[in-house]
Design a protein around this ligand. Structure first.
Ligand SMILES: [Fe+2]
Length: 277
């Protein structure tokens, strides 16, 4: 079997490693197994980002939302203790993968959501898999204007963006960062998803790679295969930035500067050679 190069010190900002909170790890033993796999493949820091959908929940001084946020923080602490007791050199920090909502800013400001690593700055936002809601750009703009940075989880898996990667252009211009799933780049989610992920990465329409790991076998928490795929596409230095430097700045709540995105233009192929566009 071919050995993959480990991206040492990688930071994984999107995992479902907390036990019993969503469709991720089932129990603490599985969570520790996910942490072990991550550490074995070079990951040093993981953010636990259970799914949260605030649609229909009471807002404002909402006890339920705040309770969920506290539960995420408490369970992350329990997992951190278990990982340390197992001698694993991997740190785990709290977060949430939040379904996009027209009131996302007020949900965050009410303390009902957990930002990435509790940074108070970066927010992991999940889009639906089909249509992009009409309010998507406004939500990105509202968050940016208030000093937050929305990180869009796996845009390559949204049908509209996969069909037209330029749908990400205005979202990035509105202040969003794109996070690709490692499995998408490694080709584990099909050819169309891999192509969309590659197009987004090459054009500065996505910037970070994370595992979106759900178990030791379903989208495992490893970034080495995607790192290798990204390095072939954009070079070692940019690939390392996507799995280590940029996500490290995100968990520290530091400001990041991104290259301006480019408009995506599909490559055209002709019978006698390729015409690059
Ligand atoms: Fe996820």
């Amino acid at each position: 079997m071919m050995m993959m190069r480990r991206p040492e010190g990688a930071v994984d900002i999107h995992t479902h490693i907390l036990p019993g909170m969503d469709d991720g790890a089932e129990d603490l033993g599985e969570s520790v197994a996910m942490g072990r796999l991550a550490a074995e493949h070079g990951t040093a820091i993981m953010v636990a980002t259970p799914h949260m959908d605030f649609a229909g929940a009471k807002r404002g001084a909402c006890a339920e939302g705040a309770r969920k946020a506290d539960l995420v923080r408490r369970n992350t602490g329990i997992l951190a203790t278990a990982l340390a007791a197992s001698g694993l050199p991997v740190e785990v920090l709290p977060g949430m993968e939040i379904a996009i909502d027209p009131d996302l800013l007020s949900i965050i400001e009410a303390g009902e959501a957990v930002t990435i690593a509790d940074s108070g700055k970066y927010v992991l936002v999940e889009l639906p898999f089909g249509q992009l809601p009409g309010y998507t750009e406004k939500v990105m703009f509202d968050l940016s204007s208030a000093g937050y940075v929305p990180v869009i989880a796996h845009p390559e898996r949204n049908a509209e963006i996969a069909n037209d990667p330029n749908r990400m252009f205005s979202l990035v211009r509105a202040g969003a960062i794109g996070q690709l799933d490692a499995g998408s780049l490694a080709g584990e989610l099909g050819r169309a998803t891999r192509r969309a992920a590659e197009a987004l990465l090459r054009h500065g329409l996505a910037h970070v790679i994370a595992s979106d790991g759900h178990s030791p076998s379903f989208r495992p928490c490893r970034l080495d295969r995607a790192f290798a795929a990204a390095a072939r596409l954009v070079g070692d230095s940019s690939a390392l930035c996507a799995v280590r430097d940029l996500p490290r700045a995100i968990v520290r709540g530091e400001a990041v500067r991104l290259e301006d995105p480019e408009k995506y233009a599909p490559r055209r192929w002709f019978l006698f050679g390729r015409m690059a566009i």
